[in-house]
Design a protein. Structure first.
Length: 530
């Protein structure tokens, strides 16, 4: 394999064979123009609230300790979260809850389900993480992020309780625990009918796992993968055990999947021990399919799908929805939509009668999440000085999500020339991520950059580390590589990617794919606000 060093000014003159990949290392620096999105996108009105949170231990910034998510002596102390909720008068017992865990897909599944319930006319709270532009995104009511005034009002009203709790717990309450308590309290204040709660890490020892069977409508486990391996016990089996901790006695469980047989067995065994019924959406929704990609006026690219749910035992048809236009693309998003549909049907069986077939259709079609299979509009690309560019933002950051991204591109955009812009957190599997994408796609270049993680550089991976992973992956796959000169920002990386694609006589502008972390996606979207 041959390494060729070049300067940015000469990159356009380099003609590469289809099996040579340029790997360019670029550093992302926080500048006055492109501030950290964790800071710049927030309302000045929230300065006190954000300052309060920043004084607490934040594992999104520092990384999660080994074993923290396991139901063991090394795990987080769920007792302090229960004591916090008791001091807040247990607001989470005042409404029904759907609790969602999983390695991948829990955010999209939660968004689909929340949208379905809203379409049925219910008042719905949704708690999720991480956020893209503003912390307000994590706590939403009826589809809208909590307003700064509402969040501030609640914060100031319960701050004495929070201060007392932090003091009595010897300062051990974390950023996520306090924010979770605030979310549960806000949903009580807003008098929601139901809240969709996404677990942060694992399930058994996650701060959200203070929900009890008395107010749990259903548990959902979307997928089991290798992310946060050390924090969740070191194996797929321990990860499955940790996530199964959200299953409660006598309450139904919806499994996404598909799962490895022995992993599914662990989840089913836990459900059986809790006398909980199980619905496997990847099995009963296996007849669901993607029919094609359409460009819908006023919305953009959608995938037209048939969603068919059949009884697991006798294949009796439960629901059949034809030509559902999902705004989030890829087979993995179809599976998330099917999982959310199964949860909606489960709720309908419990008496949530307004969850009609039409509400399911409307809810699925209205769902959209920033940074998940998101294409920038031509106007947005122009604003980033990328005229005519096709830019795909996808926060994939694991081997499994890389595979989902790869399969979506292969199926729907196989003729597009590609350049990747990649930044990743330090605790991700960089080697597997790179190899997964390169094993099925042949980008013309990979531009590596850095992005703040949780508003800090502590967990950001150096370009040199990422470069080594991509060079090794390219070498193992026989693709070769070329290195180019460094840039200073994510914005500069986008311009370099666009230049590589446009310095060609074919007239095809190709597609820039920004991936590796929701935080690099956040950097791109934050730059649009400036």
């Amino acid at each position: 394999m041959r390494a060729v060093w070049s300067h940015l000014s000469t990159i356009s003159s380099c003609k590469l064979s289809p099996k040579i990949i340029r790997i360019s290392a670029a550093r992302s620096l926080t500048t006055n123009r492109y501030l950290s999105p964790m800071i710049s996108a927030e309302d000045p009105e929230l300065r006190d609230f954000l300052g309060f949170l920043e004084s607490l231990k934040n594992y999104e910034k520092s990384g999660v300790p080994k074993g923290a998510g396991t139901d063991s002596g090394e795990g987080f102390d769920l007792g302090r979260m229960k004591r916090l909720m008791l001091r807040l008068n247990n607001p989470h017992f005042k409404y029904k809850v759907v609790h969602v865990a999983g390695t991948k897909g829990k955010g999209s599944t939660s968004a689909f389900l929340s949208s379905i319930l809203r379409a049925g006319g219910y008042s719905v709270g949704c708690y999720s993480s991480p956020h893209i532009l503003s912390i307000k995104e994590r706590i939403s009511c009826n589809g809208d992020p909590v307003s700064a005034s509402t969040l501030n009002g609640l914060f100031y009203s319960i701050k004495p309780i929070l201060d007392q709790s932090i003091q009595e717990e010897n300062g051990s309450l974390s950023h996520f625990e306090i924010l979770t308590g605030i979310a549960f309290s806000l949903f009580e204040k807003e008098n929601v009918d139901i809240a969709v709660i996404e677990a942060g890490l694992g399930g058994a020892r996650d701060a959200t796992n203070v929900i009890e069977s008395s107010n749990l409508a259903a548990s959902v486990i979307t997928t089991i993968g290798e992310e946060h391996m050390a924090a969740l016990g070191g194996s797929l089996e321990t990860i499955a055990e940790a996530k199964s901790g959200i299953i409660k006695h006598g309450r139904p469980v919806v499994l996404g999947g598909p799962f490895l047989p022995h992993i599914e067995g662990i989840l089913r065994s836990k459900a059986a021990s809790m006398s909980s019924s199980v619905m496997l959406s990847s099995s009963i929704g296996s007849s669901s399919s993607i029919k094609g990609i359409i460009n819908k006026d006023g919305i953009g690219l959608c995938q037209s799908c048939d969603i068919v749910i059949q009884n697991e035992k006798d294949d009796k048809l439960i629901v059949e929805l034809g030509d559902v236009n999902l705004r989030m693309l890829g087979h993995h998003q179809l599976q998330n939509a099917v999982t959310a549909t199964c949860v909606a049907l489960c709720l309908r069986d419990q008496g949530w009668g307004r969850v009609t077939d039409e509400a399911i259709r409307i809810g699925l079609e209205n769902t959209r999440l920033l940074g998940r299979s998101q294409f920038l509009t031509p106007k947005e690309a122009e604003a980033l000085q990328l005229p005519g560019a096709t830019v795909l933002l996808d926060g994939a950051h694991t081997k499994e999500s890389a595979r989902a991204l790869k399969e979506m591109i292969k199926k729907d955009f196989s003729e597009k020339r590609l350049v990747f812009v990649v930044a990743m957190a330090s605790d991700k599997d960089h080697d597997s991520f790179a190899k997964e994408l390169l094993s099925g796609l042949k980008p013309e270049a990979v531009v590596l950059t850095e992005a703040d993680i949780g508003g800090s550089k502590v967990r950001s991976t150096a370009c040199s580390v990422l470069k080594e992973s991509w060079m090794i992956a390219a070498d193992e796959l026989g693709l070769g590589f070329m290195e180019a000169s460094e840039n200073e920002t994510v914005f500069g990386s986008l311009k370099l990617a666009h230049k590589i694609l446009t310095d060609d006589t074919t007239g095809d502008s190709g597609m820039v794919v920004v991936t590796g972390s929701l935080h690099v996606v956040s950097s791109v979207l934050a730059s649009l606000q400036h």
